[in-house]
Design a protein around this ligand. Sequence first.
Ligand SMILES: [Zn+2]
Length: 356
Amino acid sequence: MTVHATTGQPTDTPAEEFFTVSIHQSEVDRIARWVANHPDCETGGNLFGFWTHGRAPAVQLTLGPGPGADHQLTAFFQDVDHLRTHGRRAQELYGLQHIGDWHSHHRLGLAEPSGGDASTTLRTLQTNGFERFVIFIANISDEPRDRGWRRRREFTGLVRLNAFLFERGRSTFRRGRFLVLPEESPIAHSAAQQGITEPYAPGSVRVRLPLASRTPTQSASHAQGWYSRPAGTEFLRAVDTACRQQFTDCRILVRSDDGILRYEFATRKSDWEMVFPAAFPHEPAELIRDGKRFKPIEAGRTPTPDDFCRQILESVHSSESGGPSLGPPDHGTPSDQDLLPREDLPEEEERRDDLD
Ligand SMILES: [Zn+2]
């Protein structure tokens, strides 16, 4: 299964109140994996980076729960030695600061800091003389198709991540949007080699987070894609309608920098994508199964949605009914250890996270 750093969520906070937090895809994946490893209790860790000229947090390195962390249903206590040791090395080697913390509210249904989180954070600002501190809250949602569908014994939920900025002298937090930088953070890559964080394996956990809007020039350029012309829009709408009758989790994603459009959908067996190049229909769309190229779909010079959808349906059905072209699913098989929450109890407690 591929990772999806995906579409923004609408929210009613005024736009000027939002802040932007930049973070590499690798660190989003790491957090998602840690959250998935503790699906039924809180887990958490720490964010290291720096602040930009615009006072926006730039996360370079994430720390997960230490071996002595305490994971409770409604509280998480970081392993203080873990934070102290690794935080000091992140500072000495890379000049990073401890700019925030993250923790999971798993399936508790609270997608923002609790009253307890807020007062703990404001106290942190006071005690340390920090001007600002960022908090990520993760939640797990199980999509309808995941219910009763755990035959792979792997985490099938969706991790949602939200960011909140606390500032000294301000009693409320601001909501953040993510600017996700590509691939692995170079600092985190080095830090993994130093044993400060875990080695990065591109994630198998689906993540959704509110994205910062792109610059106007980028929006203007992708508005000129084939799909923004009337015939293209109509084609795409017809494909979407046909797919929604057959598949679940149908979703369109546009990459603004290169005009590539991806259409995701799922069956009970696999996650699929159609990738439309900017030059579509002059270049074929690509059908992807579970993150692996499956086959190109030629659309012809003047594609009709009927023909196109027929090719898609035939390809999906023939591959999933066990045809010879079917390779093994690309899903990892996490060990039992990965799936079971650990119950280590520490002597020391860093901070309390009471949910009200
Ligand atoms: Zn909390």
